[in-house]
Ligand binder design. Structure first.
Ligand SMILES: [Zn+2]
Length: 587
């Protein structure tokens, strides 16, 4: 292990030993999180029913090798066989150090060939030199070749009395069934965050270092169920020196945004305050958090909100501190499960896109803006249901998210949005959007786009709508937020965005995205189409925004049905002519 020399001296016996090794469990009782394994093995030893071969499966760092060594000590300690080996005799100590002559630890990854296993078989025939059993611990056993497994099988079929095998693997599915059927299998569970945290607390105390509970909780969560990983992280913190382990120190080590930052972003998103969310994102990036990391953390937060929204207890939280369970409940209630799921989906897709993008920061910004604009979908569904049944009353209690929002009202382009613009050629009207949508393959032609006729002043609205409705790609969602579409020349479209949608415009302007849009438009018009993007002055918006709600109900109605999520909902409910009521004023 290259880490052995890092850090301050440890236990005082001269040589520094890494934390993970120094605090390795030495008895079945100390095997944290694997009580079922410890109990079963202890009882097998007590009742003298120890098998010839064991298979320990589970993720990395959950205690498989430690358990194997404890079992080996239990079998070979002169005081045994006993479930409680003495841990002080020479045999116990040499097994614990992985250096015993009769307990052979083999790395399956580097000894995977037939020759190594043949040698093992020969060696297994020889009696142990000083102990009861000759014990082979083969780690990562799934790495053995097929021939090596066959050779091993012969020994497993007729094992000498004095031989025991303990196999460990992270991938049991790669082990031949012939081998599996001759082993007693124990599945090691991932270790709970609270158990890891508790152990880290013990270690910090033993090391004489003060640590904030939240800091250790964060480490434990980050380790994702691996005790060893959590201790390696603790090791790094210890080697940084410092009087006290704080959340900030942990965040710096992990390159993650602190809890307070995530909270601020999520609250801004719930309040539909996109500007505030973007400010928080910038601050976080300036403090050294990568945008991708932040999106990843947000995924974990919304995952937690999802569990809260469906009624899970505080113990299910993985990222949100359990002390903030109450606040999480309030947020989840405000959002509603559908909105939480929609936000998760946006974040998930963003995370995937970010891996290939040259503009991860912009993608993160777009995700935040999109989430801030999500409506409460549960209320929306109720509204739609009432629309379908012909009732005129909208849902009685609008959620806080349905309260009028500042500055993020989507202003639709009437010439495009309004169904009152008659299509010049009714026979060629838009095909059923819901049936053709999403049939677009990732890199093939947008199959769902159909020929609509040549591009001119009259047809532009219909063609644009057809392309936006049927492209089924993110660029269409972004382009839908544009404000005005005009024909600026032969086969040329000018698409204008308001200033506040600059990030959408920038997305559409990306070479690949622009090409997709132009390709779709070309199919729809039968001619190569060029698109240019422009930004409208925001002046009009500012003048009109405060009065638009009270002043122009018609405009608001047109806006509402144009929002991407409303449109999706309308498709979902197969509503063709939705009736839109004025929003209920919060009292
Ligand atoms: Zn012993």
């Amino acid at each position: 292990m290259p880490n052995d020399s890092i850090g301050h001296p440890g236990s005082g016996d001269g040589e520094y030993v890494v934390v993970a090794r120094r605090y390795r469990p030495t008895t079945f009782d100390e095997l944290i999180g694997q009580e079922h394994v410890a109990t079963a093995l202890s009882s097998a030893i007590a009742t003298n029913r120890v098998g010839h071969a064991y298979l320990f499966t589970g993720a990395r760092g959950v205690g498989k090798t430690s358990a194997a060594r404890i079992l080996a000590k239990a079998l070979n300690c002169p005081t045994g066989p006993t479930a409680t080996p003495c841990n002080t005799c020479e045999i116990c100590q040499s097994v614990a150090a992985g250096e015993d002559v009769d307990v052979l630890e083999i790395d399956g990854a580097s000894n995977r060939g037939i020759d190594e296993i043949r040698q093992l078989r020969q060696n297994a025939g020889v009696r142990p030199s000083r102990s009861r059993f000759k014990i082979y611990i083969i780690d990562e056993v799934h790495m053995l070749t097929k021939e090596a497994f066959n050779a091993l099988l012969k020994t497993l079929e007729e094992p000498p009395e004095h031989v025991k095998f303990i196999f460990a693997t992270t991938e049991p599915n790669k082990i031949p069934i012939t081998i599996l059927s001759r082993c007693q299998r124990f599945d090691f569970a991932g270790i709970s965050i609270s158990a890891i945290q508790q152990r880290l607390e013990q270690i910090a105390t033993a090391e004489g270092v003060a640590a904030d509970t939240d800091a250790l909780a964060l480490l434990a969560r980050r380790a994702g169920g691996s005790m060893r990983d959590s201790q390696s992280l603790l090791e790094q913190l210890l080697s940084c020196g410092g009087q006290r382990m704080t959340v900030d120190a942990v965040c710096e080590l992990l390159g993650t945004a602190p809890t307070a930052r995530l909270q601020a972003i999520v609250v801004a998103l719930v309040d539909a305050d996109a500007a505030q969310a973007l400010t928080q994102l910038d601050d976080a990036v300036q403090k050294g958090t990568e945008p991708a990391q932040l999106v990843d953390q947000l995924i974990h937060w919304y995952r937690d909100l999802m569990t809260v929204a469906v009624g899970c207890p505080a113990e299910r939280l993985l990222s949100i501190p359990t002390t903030q369970f109450g606040q999480a409940q309030t947020l989840a209630e405000q959002l509603g499960i559908d909105t939480v799921l929609a936000a998760l989906q946006i974040l998930e897709q963003t995370a995937a896109r970010m891996r290939q993008s040259l503009h991860p920061h912009t993608l993160a910004e777009m995700a935040l803006v999109q989430i801030a604009q999500l409506e409460n979908l549960e209320n929306l569904q109720a509204l739609l249901a009432s629309l379908r049944s012909g009732e005129s009353t909208p849902p009685a209690t609008p959620s806080p998210r349905q309260a009028p929002k500042k500055n993020n009202v989507v202003t639709p382009d009437r010439s495009v949005a309004s169904s009152s613009t008659p299509a010049p050629n009714p026979s060629a009207s838009t095909p059923n959007a819901s049936s053709t949508k999403a049939s677009t393959s990732a890199d093939g032609l947008p199959e769902s786009i159909q020929f609509q006729g040549p591009l001119d002043e009259e047809s532009v609205a219909k063609i644009w709508k057809h392309v936006i409705d049927n492209l089924g790609e993110m660029v269409a969602d972004q382009a839908a937020l544009s404000d005005r579409i005009t024909v600026s020349g032969p086969n040329r479209l000018a698409v204008r965005f308001r200033e506040k949608y600059t990030s959408c415009r920038q997305f559409c302007e990306r070479v690949d995205q622009k090409a997709r849009l132009e390709q779709a438009l070309s199919i729809a018009t039968g001619e190569p189409v060029t698109v240019t993007f422009e930004t409208l002055a925001d002046r009009v918006d500012r003048e009109h925004a405060p009065t638009s709600r009270a002043g122009s109900l018609r405009q608001l109605q047109a806006e509402v049905v144009q929002r991407p999520f409303v449109r999706r909902a309308l498709e979902l409910f197969e509503v063709e002519n939705p009736k839109v009521e004025a929003p209920v004023k919060p009292s």
